[in-house]
Write a protein that binds this ligand. Structure first.
Ligand code: PLP
Length: 390
């Protein structure tokens, strides 16, 4: 959460005064308006606001028709939700390596494709755009769906198009830690009417009774309950107005730091698949050894190694490594008859050694869009000092 204040307080007050807190109430317009405004800003035909990024990933996978019998390729470096969403629809996550951009390595994706692969889920982790041209080409060649996990990259872009709008579907998160936030929240984005309808049906267990049900081409099936209240919709409308300003300021701060710190013989900034579209939330250094990465991180306050980020590193995804993919065997994809013969060991502890090596040699600094010149120059100085004594 970067910027929140009076505008959001006024928006919440407006909803409470209206007494229309349920998005299906007569006169309720906040969630509908947010979805329209999000569609326009991101450049997609359909958007569904919901309770979180995990729900958005699950709904999008349902939308794309993924289920038991399918393998889905995800990176070994992402929040566990990317992989657990695959299990939630009954499919099997297959881990692929990242490259030094910190995002899915297209060459390894190609190696992990089998006759059962149905989709690839690149993650724009820390706002770094994934190599979407290469991944799209692979998906096209093999007839796979591309779902962008843009949960850490709300509003970022790749070659002029917003992240989340480029694949067959995209997922945003608006949880507390994200670029725009209502504390919790998420969205599915797509240009595909069928994906939209299926995600819409899944995210609202009451879909059969909604006024729009009559317009749906897809038969209504039972789903879940991932709707949000008008309060979330109202907060998110204000947050959306702030999105581009936040991104502009983050990008300017990151560019200033990169220019003033510069690269050296022991380290470089991580390569970007599109530095203009990068969200600017994270400055990342790639060192030639873990020892140097740790020495630098030990000397500069506010730095951290992604290998230490627990839930974002696949070796820490215990329920997945131990194949507990559901609350009982009948709904655990690792035990389902439909999944027999699939790559059930493809998310094991030794799945992605290259990813672990990169995560150990990388150091992050999380940036804030409201940092002033003084903060930027003191950070520059402490980085330069630490880098000079590696
Ligand atoms: C890459 C990634 N995917 C998915 C999610 C899940 O989002 P949420 O917490 O909104 O369910 C997160 C949240 O941190 C994330 O970072």
């Amino acid at each position: 959460m970067f910027r929140m204040g009076k505008e959001e307080i006024d928006a919440v007050t407006r909803v409470i005064n209206s007494q229309a807190l349920f998005r299906v109430n007569n006169g309720a317009k906040e969630c509908d308006n947010f979805e329209k405004e999000l569609r326009e800003k991101i450049g997609v035909d359909y958007a569904i606001l919901m309770s979180g990024g995990t729900g958005a990933l699950i709904s999008a996978l349902v939308g794309l028709g993924i289920g038991p019998g399918d393998e889905v390729i995800v990176p070994g470096y992402t929040f566990m939700a990317t992989a657990s969403a695959v299990l939630a629809v009954g499919a099997i996550p297959v881990l692929a390596e990242i490259n030094e951009s910190m995002t899915l390595d297209p060459a390894d994706v190609e190696k992990k494709i089998s006759s059962k692969t149905k989709a690839v889920v690149p993650v724009h982790i820390c706002g770094f755009p994934a190599d979407l041209d290469a991944l799209k080409a692979i998906c096209k060649k093999h007839g796979l769906k591309l779902l962008e996990d843009a949960c850490q990259a709300d509003g970022g872009s790749y070659k002029g198009k917003r992240l989340g709008s480029i694949g067959d579907a995209g997922a945003y998160s608006f949880n507390y830690f994200k670029i725009i936030s209502a504390g919790e929240g998420g969205a599915v984005l797509t240009n595909d009417r069928k994906v939209y309808e299926r995600a819409l049906i899944y995210h609202d267990g009451g879909a059969a009774f909604r006024p729009y049900a009559g317009d749906l081409q897809e038969p209504v099936f039972t789903g879940s309950q991932l709707r949000v209240s008008e309060i979330t919709g109202a907060i998110m409308r204000e947050q959306l107005k702030k999105l581009d300003g936040i991104l502009t300021d983050l990008r300017a701060i990151k560019a200033k730091l990169m220019e003033s710190i510069g690269e050296g013989k022991d380290y470089r900034f991580i390569p970007s698949n599109d530095i203009k579209g990068d969200c600017g939330t994270t400055l990342a250094f790639n060192f030639d050894s873990e020892a140097k990465a740790r020495k630098f991180a030990g000397a500069v306050e506010g730095t951290w190694l992604p290998i230490d980020s627990g839930k974002h590193v696949y070796i820490n995804w215990d329920p997945i490594i131990e194949k507990r993919g559901g609350h009982c065997d009948a709904v655990n994809p690792y035990k389902m008859a439909e999944n027999a013969g699939l790559a059930l060991d493809a998310a094991g502890a030794d799945a992605c050694p290259k990813t672990l090596d990169i995560l150990k040699r990388t150091v992050y600094i999380s940036l804030h869009c409201d940092w002033d010149e003084k903060k930027i120059s003191s950070l520059t100085e402490s980085c330069k000092k630490a880098l000079a004594t590696l």
